[in-house]
Design a protein around this ligand. Structure first.
Ligand SMILES: C[C@@H](O)C(=O)SC[C@H](NC(=O)CC[C@H](N)C(=O)O)C(=O)NCC(=O)O
Ligand code: NI
Length: 146
């Protein structure tokens, strides 16, 4: 058995691609437009997973965009998508510059959390990150419940 992907339903595909690709750094590797089902699937892979994604279609995130608006409720049991990053401070700065709230800032190095436009929690992890440099990370509060 092999892990393939995590599917996330999104309300706005453009806003989601801006977040996941332009700001978080994932790349679109495949797209399916289904006229009969009235939905679009967009598969995303992290830069260091592109080779495996091309060969084995994993590991990926599958964004599902239903053309007819729906309300997506519940899902509290879903935790987060986690990505290992090379520089957690640079990753958080890019997200913050793009207007994304850093819900749990990398104050103690290593780990930070943000949320997608649909509220999906994203964990950023850098093994062995130095403790927070000065501002803004050192004094930035946690935002939102976990
Ligand atoms: C391509 C493969 O990875 C899939 O996951 S297709 C699964 C299929 N998806 C859809 O029909 C998308 C539109 C649908 N309205 C939806 O929101 O899921 C499917 O069976 N989805 C049901 C599910 O629970 O995932
Ligand atoms: Ni799927």
């Amino acid at each position: 058995m092999r892990y393939l992907h995590t599917m996330v339903r999104v309300k706005d595909i453009d806003a989601s691609l801006h977040f996941y690709c332009d700001l978080l750094g994932l790349q679109e590797v495949r797209r399916v437009e289904n006229e009969a089902g009235r939905f679009t699937l967009v598969f995303l892979a992290a830069p260091k997973n592109l080779e495996q994604s091309a060969a084995e279609r994993c590991p990926e995130v599958e964004l599902t965009f239903n053309w007819d608006p729906e309300e997506y409720q519940g899902g509290r049991n879903f935790g987060h998508l986690a990505y290992k990053v090379d520089d957690i401070y640079a990753a958080c700065q890019k997200l913050m510059d793009g207007g994304v709230t850093i819900n749990r800032p990398p104050r103690d190095g290593n780990m930070a959390f943000v949320r997608s436009p649909d509220g999906i929690s994203i964990e950023l992890l850098q093994e062995g990150a130095p403790l927070a440099p000065a501002e803004p990370w050192a004094s930035m509060p946690n935002v939102g419940a976990w």
